[in-house]
Design a protein around this ligand. Structure first.
Ligand SMILES: Nc1ncnc2c1ncn2[C@@H]1O[C@H](COP(=O)(O)OP(=O)(O)OP(=O)(O)O)[C@@H](O)[C@H]1O
Ligand SMILES: [Mg+2]
Length: 468
């Protein structure tokens, strides 16, 4: 499972380990952000704490949610006083590096609360984040923060330029945020497909590109077992229910064993998992022996005390897996941060997978899938996330052709990334150096990487061509 990091990934790792900058590590889908995060956490000697905005994302990276780590209240936090126990202060006082995954789902208010919480706990009120290095991973062209209710939206409108984490006061007024972009895409190899994905990402889809995608996708999937990525939950439930019912025999139910308190958060798998012989399933965890990874698809071939699943022509016995909900605490004896298990969820690491939501498909890689955008895509980045899960055009099936309305790009994201590029270019001109960030990250000898970078820069043109 473990991959060797590329040169640009290693360069970023070194930059993080140098320890002084706050970094936002971004890049297109499949550029290896999550891979890099895992290497960072596994390989560092520093006191690292990993967190993520949602329970599922936190479980994925073996961390805690931002709220539970910092004991923050839910909803808009604004200037509310933060209550911190002596224990929490000791814990936060020990951190060297705070890693936040899926940062695009953290809003500006929460970002500022993270800053304030660390300053307060560490008793260093004049220094951003109380002196902790903050390293964030994510792609703002994918998941956006959840808009919240009317009151919440009004609060953001009054206090911030947008809900995005990068518009937090701490970044606008106090701390410098270095943005580093991974350029090389590992998930796809075909240049035409990569360029088409790029255009979907940036809302620069021309008639030609739309035709490329639509022609490739206008085929009937070979059989019922091709995974559908759908915009809506009810579509997913309907497809999975329909396909399960179609299979002969009675469904068997595996009930999860749950100990401790998951804090009302979503479970990492179904509490009651219904399976039948022949059911199409997706693995929700990596296998320690590498027989499957999180996202692998298979078919149930036997159900007894355990479940047998066929993956790529091989049958494997699947045992229940344990998901551990962690909580960090400070140990006064060792003077180090330790991670305790506070709750456990035991279930087969499987879910029915004739269909999943595009939202749930985040971060995953598939060789083929049916993309069902329903009436229309409704969230920025949704179509991009769906299409960019695929490793090649040969694996793309569309339930209907893409329409211009499916391509939604958040304008504030575009502005932000463009602003970063201008800032770095201006600095480089002043210092008579090559631009920082993307330009540094890739080795100068890689001509393919250079081509990709040119492609990327062109796509960021502020007056991008109108959609097809
Ligand atoms: N250095 C590398 N060498 C080979 N394969 C790699 C490398 N880095 C990442 N990959 C592979 O590329 C795929 C995408 O990587 P990863 O999921 O880390 O990307 P990501 O940037 O997090 O994507 P997303 O934005 O979709 O979450 C994975 O299959 C991963 O194993
Ligand atoms: Mg990822």
């Amino acid at each position: 499972m473990s991959v060797e990091l590329s040169l640009e990934q290693r360069a970023i790792l070194e930059r993080i380990e140098a320890g002084q900058e706050h970094l936002f590590i971004t890049g297109r889908a499949g550029t290896g952000k999550s891979t890099l995060l895992r290497h960072l956490v596994d390989g560092s000697d520093r006191q690292i704490v990993v967190c993520a905005p949602t329970g599922v994302a936190a479980l994925n990276v073996g961390g805690q949610t931002v709220h539970s780590l910092l004991k923050l209240p839910l909803g808009v936090i604004a200037d509310a006083p933060l209550r911190q126990s002596a224990e929490l202060k000791r814990l936060l006082g020990t951190i060297d590096l705070l890693v936040i995954d899926e940062i695009s789902m953290v809003n500006a208010d929460l970002m500022d609360a993270i800053d304030r919480s660390l300053r307060q706990a560490r008793g260093v009120r004049a220094v951003p984040f109380g002196g902790v290095q903050v390293v964030m991973f994510g792609d703002p062209y994918q998941l956006a923060p959840v808009p919240g209710d009317g009151e919440e939206r009004a609060y953001f409108a009054d206090h911030y330029d947008s809900m995005w984490f990068f518009d937090a006061r701490v970044w606008r007024e106090e701390a410098e945020l270095a943005v580093v972009e991974l350029v090389h895409i590992h998930r796809q190899a075909d240049l035409e497909f990569k360029q088409a994905l790029n255009a979907v990402r940036h809302g620069t889809v021309t008639a030609e590109i739309a035709q490329l995608l639509n022609d490739a996708g206008a085929r009937t999937p070979p059989g019922d077992d091709v995974l559908t990525l759908a915009t809506r939950n009810d579509t997913v439930t309907r497809i999975n229910g329909r396909e399960l019912a179609r299979l002969p025999g009675r469904a068997k139910t595996a009930s999860a064993e749950i100990t401790g308190d998951f804090g009302g958060r979503q479970y990492p798998a179904d509490a009651d998992l219904q399976l039948k012989l022949g059911a199409q399933v997706m693995f929700l965890r990596n296998d320690s022996e590498g027989r499957w990874v999180n996202g692998s698809l298979g078919k149930v071939v036997d159900i007894g005390g355990t479940v047998w699943v066929e993956v790529d022509g091989e049958q494997h016995e699947v045992e229940p897996a344990v998901w551990e909900q962690y909580r960090y605490s400070y140990s006064p004896t060792t003077k180090e941060i330790k991670r305790d298990v506070v709750a456990e969820f035991t279930q087969f690491p499987l879910r029915l997978a004739w269909a999943v939501t595009i939202h749930k498909s985040q971060g995953k890689t598939f060789d083929r899938a049916v993309v069902d955008l329903g009436q229309r895509a409704f969230a920025p980045g949704q179509t991009y996330v769906a299409l960019s899960r695929l490793t090649s055009l040969e694996g793309l099936y569309l339930t209907r052709p893409l329409r211009p309305g499916d391509i939604i790009v958040d304008q504030r994201v575009r502005q932000f990334i463009h602003g970063i590029r201008e800032r770095d270019a201006a600095r480089a001109a002043r210092a008579d150096l090559r631009p920082e960030g993307a330009a540094d990250a890739a080795p100068p000898t890689e001509t393919a990487a250079e081509a990709e970078r040119r492609d990327l820069v062109e796509a960021y043109a502020p007056d991008a061509p109108t959609p097809f």
